[in-house]
Write a protein that binds this ligand. Sequence first.
Ligand code: C2O
Ligand code: CU
Length: 443
Amino acid sequence: MNNKPTNKVIEYALEASEFDWEIKPGKIIRAWGFNQQLPGPLLKAKQGDTLVVKVINNLPEATIVHWHGIRLPASMDGTGEVQKPIEPGETFEYRFDVPDAGTFWYHSHHNETVQVERGMYGGIVVKAENDPIVDNDRILLVDDMKLTKGNTFKKGGAVSRWMERHDGREGGTCLINGKEAPTLHMNAGQVERWRFVNAASARYFKLSLQGKPFRVIATDGGLLEAPGTKTELLITPGERYDIIVGPFDEGETFNIETLPYNRMTFAKSKRKMYATVQVAEAKPSKAFIPGKLNEIPSLVQQNAKVNRVVKMSVGPSLKRGIDFLVNGEMHCNDAPVMVGDLQVWEVYNTSLMDHPFHLHGFFFQVLEENGKMPAYKAWKDTYNLKPKSKIKIAWMPDNRPGRWMYHCHILEHHAAGMMAHFEVIDPAQPRRKEVKTAHGCHV
Ligand code: C2O
Ligand code: CU
């Protein structure tokens, strides 16, 4: 991680609107998105650059854009906590530095279960000097849509709505970069970096290249310390993983697919195909993937004292059937933290289903999962909690005071209450008057 600004400003304009999008020949949906593309334009920068993104809202309803994983000032985080929704016809300019290299993404943070589902998301790639050298670098945003026979987004009846509230919205149309079952081409003898983003509302993506091994080199907060070879990799909603693929031989073909992952939903998880890769004629390679990629300093000792407990749970509700809670409350208001005060949190999932825990604006390190050290060090902003499990995480509230939040990244769970907001306070600054008084939650 590096905070050196480059003084280079990169400007983008993103116009949110409704438009026709062909997900495969003849299959056209009425999408919502940015610049009439699904996903929206890829935003590119170098570590330390300043991004200025003007969001113009031409949708029939208000929106807000969140920059998932970027360590930006609270006022630019793009949530209802820190800004007023951008109304139809209005424009809002986001401006922030990108202090970390890696794979990030932007998505609507307003009426998300509708807006993100319809396509309001895009990728952000921030490059660094020490990135491994590859022959090709691509971002692959995976998503799924639940469409009617006529390819519309209409919601189902009471039973299917109840299932959606419980499971999150999953659909049978699987997309990779906005297309259904596309063919990707690469050259034999070459080595590529594929940056996966799970942009789905709820579907867990268990990556497989039909058994072909690949090397994992990066996750949410950038490069790992060393590559790790795998044949399967779970990527939960909101998470990113970068992998190195190849070299392959000319004529090889294989699918990019998700394997079944049982996250204890009503609907049964199935294997699904996302894309076919065809390997064409050989080309020379200049790729070099070093054995040591990065150094990740430990934030704390393993046995650091816990200073907060967060409990994700589900509870019965007379009105709604089921509620999604943090510390026993829907949309919990958690206690503030002080700038510079190292946070060691124990996060529990007491429910019988999985939840991907996401912290806005800061990266954390997982110290323990169910009492065990994780296999490798990483900077994370989203981490899956299996049923009846707990993690111990550490993160440092650096000098970016303001209103922040954490939540389950299954969008329907977030909307149903599995989230908390809290304030980061700079003790040197007088607090703004209008700030809601934060009280601790009932644990
Ligand atoms: Cu990508 Cu509040 O989330
Ligand atoms: Cu959840």
